[in-house]
Design a protein around this ligand. Structure first.
Ligand code: IMO
Ligand code: MG
Length: 456
């Protein structure tokens, strides 16, 4: 690969199958470092390693690949209980603790999410967040009261945790709270526990952290110097979480997440310099589905609350890795994809889940928004409320005319049916017309499997 830095980003509202591309790129290139730079335990990436499926939330996707160093940058919110659960989950999947200690580092500057922030998120959740404490942790970060990973390095972390609980007590109304994680096989970590009081929750959290403090301390590093000193011959993969439409500034505010999800987050969330990325001939890859899904609240102009949408939901297994929630499904929205391409400056795109649409006789894409009087809207709606009001204008394509099995067996772009080729070329031309530079839809997924990809 001619690039020594690759950035993978979600181009829509999350769950575009970024993990699938990340996995593919890790396994087909000599990737030495995989770095997370945004989000937190709200992300859900599925990776498949030696036929074992692992769901990661905080861990970078390289954790299951031999010899890859995984880095969690300063921009990631470290939900410490989720992190420990995920660690034990990896151990269940035969990735040893020793291997993890030698292949994972976390920025000393990363902010910590405690259960009190998670509870705060849960008890005030108005927009359907993942309840992983993202918003409250960012609020504490902005208020300059939050805890950072480096606080774990001395025993003063115990006072710091007390301080955080006391601070947050003022903002919440307490009710008994149940913390649940999927069960673990080989660990006595309690995966289902109800706290009657906030103090009980704090004591429990402190106990678990104390039990694991040696491990936690062993992986805290100043990642800024570490990352900027990586050899220019080694390839770094920056693995984005969440997605453009959920970006705090450019997404559908206020129905957004609280960390930045755009290209520049790979710098602000790690400390890697722009010069370093330019020297590495950085490549930015956006991942989008042949349709759109969205979980949680928020505008969705092309949402299909009907049989078609339900069919996509069933065939595409559209339910969340992190929360198990049903994802709303609708037609591909090219206005949104163009806006996302403009801001994120993708060099290449990956279209996923084309196979899910094999059932459909016709396939629509949204090519413009108009207002209630039928006037085309020229500027991209700046917030959720404005996007709620638009009417989508569609272009209709013929269905693919092949079965999922036939599609899965196609290995070359030229061998795709005209229906799919036309669809892909149309999207490329549309984006060119809108943003005035060409983006190659280089990766075309023909099935759920990592290796069923056409490289164009
Ligand atoms: P991946 O990495 C899908 C959504 C939530 C909610 C909003 C705010 O799997 O693509 P938060 O918990 O972040 O405060 O919730 O953002 N959301 C995601 N939806 N995939 C994700 O990540 C998401 N991360 C956040 O559903 O609407
Ligand atoms: Mg997700």
């Amino acid at each position: 690969m001619d690039s020594k830095a690759i950035v993978i980003l979600g181009a829509q509202y999350g769950d575009e199958a970024k993990g699938n591309l990340t996995d593919y790129i890790i396994n087909n290139n000599d990737i030495k470092y995989v770095i997370r730079f945004n989000g937190g335990a709200n992300a859900g990436h599925t990776i498949i390693h030696n036929n074992i499926t692992i769901d990661t939330h905080l861990y970078p996707s390289g954790i299951a690949t031999n010899n890859v160093i995984n880095i969690i940058g300063n921009g990631v919110l470290m939900n410490i209980m989720s992190f420990l659960w995920e660690t034990f989950h990896l151990v269940d999947k035969n990735i040893s603790m020793n291997y993890i200690i030698n292949h994972l580092i976390i920025s000393s500057r990363a902010h910590v999410t405690l259960l009190c922030q998670q509870y705060w998120d849960y008890s005030t959740n108005k927009i359907g967040t993942t309840n992983k404490g993202i918003g409250p942790t960012m609020a504490c970060k902005a208020l300059r009261v939050a805890m950072r990973m480096e606080d774990f390095l001395t025993d003063n972390y115990i006072n710091k945790i007390h301080d955080m609980y006391n601070y947050i007590r003022k903002f919440i109304i307490w009710e008994p709270y149940t913390l649940t994680f999927p069960p673990l096989e080989n660990n006595n970590f309690n995966t289902n526990i109800t706290f009657e009081t906030m103090d009980e929750m704090m004591e429990y959290e402190l106990k678990v952290i104390k039990e694991n403090i040696v491990f936690i301390r062993s992986i805290i590093v100043d990642t800024v110097s570490y990352i900027n000193n990586i050899s220019k011959n080694d390839i770094i993969l920056f693995e984005g979480a969440n997605a453009f439409g959920l970006d705090t500034d450019f997404g559908t505010y206020p129905c957004v997440t609280s960390t930045s999800c755009i290209t520049s987050a790979c710098m602000s969330g790690t400390g890697v310099s722009m010069r370093n990325l330019i020297d590495r001939n950085v490549k930015i890859i956006g991942v989008f589905k042949a349709y759109i899904t969205r979980v949680g609240s928020g505008a969705f102009p092309t949402y299909q609350n009907n049989e078609w949408g339900n069919m996509v939901q069933d065939v595409g297994k559209e339910y969340g890795v992190t929360t198990g929630r049903r994802r709303r499904c609708g037609y591909l929205d090219l206005v949104q994809l163009a806006h996302s391409s403009l801001i994120n400056c993708y060099d290449e795109l990956n279209i996923t889940k084309l196979d899910v649409l094999c059932f459909s006789d016709e396939i629509k894409v949204c090519i413009d928004y108009c207002d209630k009087d039928g006037n085309i809207i020229l500027e991209y709606p700046s917030c959720d409320k404005k996007l709620q009001d638009v009417q989508p204008i569609y272009k209709t394509f013929k269905g693919w005319g092949i079965t999922m099995n036939e599609l899965k067996n196609i290995k070359k772009f030229d061998d795709l049916p005209e229906t799919i080729k036309n669809f892909i070329i149309y999207i490329e031309n549309y984006l060119y017309a809108r943003i005035k530079y060409r983006i190659n839809i280089k990766y075309i997924n023909t099935s759920y499997s990592r290796n069923d990809k056409i490289i164009k």
